[in-house]
Design a protein around this ligand. Sequence first.
Ligand SMILES: Nc1ncnc2c1ncn2[C@@H]1O[C@H](COP(=O)(O)OP(=O)(O)OP(=O)(O)O)[C@@H](O)[C@H]1O
Length: 616
Amino acid sequence: MERDGNDYITGDESEPRAQFDGEASVLSSNLFLDHVGEVTLTSNSNGLSWKLVDSLDNDDSTCLGIKFVSKVATEIKLSDIYAVELIHHGSIHLPRLQEARRRLLGHEHEMYRFVVHGVQRSKSQPSFWVLAVYTFGHKSLQTCQLWVNHLNASLSRELGRPRNLLVFVHPRSGKGNGYRTWETVAPIFSRAKVNLKVIVTQRAGHAFDMMSSISNKELNFYDGVVAVGGDGFFNEILNGILSLRHKAPNPPTPSDFIHSVGESGSFLVHDPNETVAESAPNSEDQFPLLSSQKLIESGFSNSRTEDGSNNIDKDPEFPIPNERFRFGIIPAGSTDAIVMCTTGARDPITSALQIVLGKKVRLDIAQIVRWKTTPQSEVEPSVRYAASFAGYGFYGDVIKESEKYRWMGPVRYDYAGTQVFVRHRSYEAEIAYLKVKSEDNDSTAGGGQQVSRKRALGKSEKCVCRVNCRVCSSNAIQKDTGVTGGTPYSRPEETRWLKSKGRFLSIGAAIISCRNERAPDGLVADAHLSDGFLHLILIKDCPHASYLWHLTQLARKGGNPLNFKFVEHHKTLAFTFTSLGNESVWNVDGEVFLAHQLSAQVFRGLISLFASGPEV
Ligand SMILES: Nc1ncnc2c1ncn2[C@@H]1O[C@H](COP(=O)(O)OP(=O)(O)OP(=O)(O)O)[C@@H](O)[C@H]1O
């Protein structure tokens, strides 16, 4: 069958035609597409498109004279293709009419084949990405090979896709499925030809140890590190990388914060040359290593080799923030709030696809400095980084209680939550937080008049963080992060502290919305991935029934858990906490952290994740 003069002939005989369209080469030929029929396949700089050679060949195109538009995809963007591979000789399934005609003409059923692996957005749940597989066939191996080479060359020019990744698998994460989750997604990485170093952890702290001792040279070889596990496991890897490499001042503190070192507003910087003495790990902290570092004076960590020399001195730089290096998470935990906030789905396949396609979002990180573990303890600063949430009181008690029931799997949180709720404990504390300009007029800031204004504006005013979020890409607050970027509080005369003192059921600092299956909109629905703010949520002591109502709102899609008199919501950049009575523990990204007194600050967009942000 001839079409357009000599341009195209049937798939059985056609040869691919390459043309040059400006800079991009355009390849076109007739092939057979599995379950669709004979198509003209064309590739250009945007991707691949195909058209049925003869629509009459398509069984579905007409019926009793009524024309149907085919629902089968007719194109795929290059940015949605993650692999192309030649597969063995075999059959291509064709629509009945084509099949019958080919049989009649005695054409061979089997042909050479290649597969284009890509992604599609799920129609029912747009944040879920599903695998899309297109198998093309042709009688000539050469033709198939030409297409594979052509597409692979195009893919190799796609920017930002990882080639080398370090993968940590927590085999017992969540319901104990960590390893199985990895086995489900591993083929996606091998098809995409990503080189992997996979480490299955043997114990808590294993990933931290490896990430804190890996040389910068080796780290620079990788395009990123992937955690197959939950939020706590990701936190361990995050801390492993940042604890030795992030050079930053201590969080600012008000002048009467008794244990701040130096004058109010003066900062200490991580000094890699500082001498570090090891002390026994604090067994009550979930995090075995960070708390084991006794830090002298300025209190920051260091890395030393056996001969006492400093690893970092000899090592090339591993800058933080790092433009190239990204973190990935394949969800296998009990809560997986970070994955839900950054991909919109709690789905290992979606996460794996966003990693191999090299998606990128920036994420704010909170630096939490503990000054004392008990009222009597020495000033012993110890640093922890958090990506999603740090909470005290109810949140700390639940995580501490739930540790007793780890054997229950994820339901331990519901069980422990009920027990802690029944006890209804409150804790006396003083919080100081930095006033930021937006608190004066921003409808999202809570407390006092702002809360009533927010109530008046209603829920529809919430600006939820989504793909290509404008808030995250604006540079209104901090142009950059940390000391290099110059935080607004780097000039003490410009800072103003506000205080809240009393009995609290809970104190929470959300870095992101913390969406999860128990709280579908998260604790702070309009928190952003990289707006450079901490959302301080202070829940004052209140009657049991009121607190229950708050929790009910939290568990409801579209609920408004912050719309209560006993709830204060402050957007801030830094805060301090001092316990004044009986004590709870802190919950940092789902892990226990003991602190009688701490200071915290946020670094805008400090790290990047292989994720695209939630679609909805
Ligand atoms: N092989 C291991 N055996 C025991 N514990 C481990 C191992 N590897 C990592 N851990 C620790 O288990 C803790 C919890 O892991 P993870 O966050 O994956 O699960 P989770 O608590 O079920 O999930 P989530 O944090 O989402 O609620 C982490 O702090 C990590 O240090």
